[in-house]
Design a protein around this ligand. Structure first.
Ligand code: BG6
Length: 476
């Protein structure tokens, strides 16, 4: 049984809105995250009630400076290269390229920034893995078009994608269309740049927006192949198996239903059509998705691989009494019932390495296309020891167990392109806006109020990951 092969892409992952800062530099427009405050409760409140984003002013907006990757990227990429990264997953800020989103011509200054960024990666032999939309639909499209509920966004997105594919032909080969496309159902402001409270039937608005993103993704996939047949296009799912709370068939069904909420998107993106179960769901919820006559054909342009984020699994019950009385815990996007068999992170996210193997087997059994683990990691409070070093053995332990589970999945026969742990350098947390929720191998001197020197330094996990990559996963 072979483990990782020589082509396996070890690397790390970041996103523009959490890394770059420079929020007004070079003519950049604003994205939804630029309106999100840092205080965790306020931030989550605004995410759920986006009208507050424009009507209120907050003390500090962490994305505005982020970790100033806009100016530090050369230093950062040199450190990624020192760890031996074979790839770097990053996103392009759509509003840096089209500040409003509906312009005819792109912003040349924004493009030049990415010219330099990608070239810097390529100079070190680091393959860029580029997400086109990571919570970054221009805010102007929220204000003037109601975001992805409006079909016009399909054209705007395809124009933006076309600029990217043409400009970076031969330089970028791996693309992801929408980060965690299923986030749109839970956080429509982040995922779809619209306010569900503006719509009489918010579920209808969400699924209409989802349809537009699925069409935009399929058109971008088609275009990417036409521009360069070498391109590899992926979708991206916030994954993590739902476990039934008991073996009561009703709990099993509830878990299946929750998984399907996410699979719905991937079913379309991999199989090229709406899944059969969606018909009943649409009927029972009186949803009528408006489709153009060409849409059925467009959706047939399916992706080459499935990118996914994995942080934890979730536990689901169908029993109202259990749901109202049992302890719940936090997680990436979805909350969950407690899992008595598993520990949790300081932010209450269930830690379940075996769940990664289970999730990967489920995805591969279902779709039979290569997978790419484009996010995984532990958000933790890091304190330097007496020698001033961050001895993050807890992070090493988390990652080691997940790498081993990933290797088991490979041995199970799952085809995997690579592994890019999230926040390979400390960045702003998407969920809480905190800097103190750190994931990186590299520490950045910055606090939750944006105070600090931005100095980068290596944590203990830096050398650990370096040796994992150097040994191609042998030495964990
Ligand atoms: C994923 C996102 O949901 O989880 C990232 O794609 C995010 O943008 C990551 O940062 C971790 O979540 P958080 O809230 O800890 O930053």
């Amino acid at each position: 049984m072979a483990g990782f092969d020589e082509t396996f892409l070890w690397g790390g992952a970041i996103a523009a809105n959490q890394y770059e800062g420079g929020y007004r530099e070079g003519g950049k427009g604003l994205g939804p995250v630029d309106y999100l405050p840092t205080k965790a409760e306020d931030r989550v409140h605004v995410m759920y009630h986006p009208s507050l984003a424009v009507s209120q002013t907050f003390d500090y907006y962490p994305s505005h400076k982020a970790i100033d990757g806009y100016h530090f990227f050369k230093e950062d990429i040199a450190m990624f290269a020192e760890m031996g990264f074979k790839c770097l997953r990053l996103s392009v800020s759509w509003p840096r390229i089209f500040p409003n989103g509906d312009e005819e011509e792109p912003n040349e200054v924004g493009l030049r920034f990415y010219d330099e960024l990608f070239d810097e990666c390529l100079n070190y032999g680091i393959e860029p893995v580029v997400t086109l939309n990571h919570f970054d639909t221009p805010m102007y499209l929220y204000e003037n078009y109601d975001g992805w509920t409006n079909r016009k966004l399909v054209d705007f997105f395809v124009r933006y994608a076309s600029v990217m594919f043409n400009r970076y032909k031969g330089k970028v080969k791996y693309w992801l269309t929408f980060n965690e496309i299923n986030i749109l159902q839970v956080l429509p402001f982040l995922g779809g740049s619209f306010d569900p409270e503006k719509f009489e039937n918010s579920l209808q608005a969400k699924y209409q927006a989802a349809h537009h993103q699925l069409i935009a993704s399929a058109l971008a996939t088609k275009l990417a192949r036409e521009i360069d047949p070498e391109n590899k296009i992926g979708c991206m799912l916030a994954a993590g198996e739902a476990y039934p709370n008991t073996c009561n068939p009703n709990d099993i069904w509830a878990a299946k239903m929750l998984d399907r909420e996410g699979f719905f998107f991937i079913d379309v993106q991999v199989r090229g059509k709406y899944p059969s179960y969606s018909q009943r769901f649409f009927e029972e919820n009186q949803l009528v998705i408006h489709q153009e006559k060409e849409d059925e054909e467009i959706l047939k342009h399916t992706v080459d691989f499935i990118g996914f984020s994995y942080y934890s699994t979730k536990v689901v019950s169908a029993d109202d009494q259990v749901l109202s009385s049992a302890e719940k815990t936090d997680g990436n996007i979805f909350s969950s019932l407690e899992n008595p068999y598993l520990p949790k992170s300081e932010w209450g996210w269930i830690i379940d390495p075996m769940g990664l193997r289970i999730t990967m087997n489920t995805l591969y059994d279902r779709y039979q296309v290569p997978l790419f683990v484009v996010e995984n990691g532990l958000g933790a409070l890091d304190e330097p020891n007496e020698q001033g070093i961050i001895d993050d053995e807890y992070r090493i332990d988390y990652l080691r167990k997940h790498v081993l589970a990933l290797e088991e999945a490979v041995k199970d026969g799952v085809e995997v392109l690579g592994y890019t742990p999230w926040g390979c350098i400390d960045i702003i947390s998407a969920g809480t806006g905190q800097m103190s929720k750190r994931y990186g191998f590299i520490h950045v001197d910055l606090d939750d109020q944006g105070q600090g020197t931005f100095k980068r330094s290596r944590k203990k996990s830096f050398n650990w990951y370096k040796q994992v990559i150097a040994s191609n996963g042998e030495n964990v």
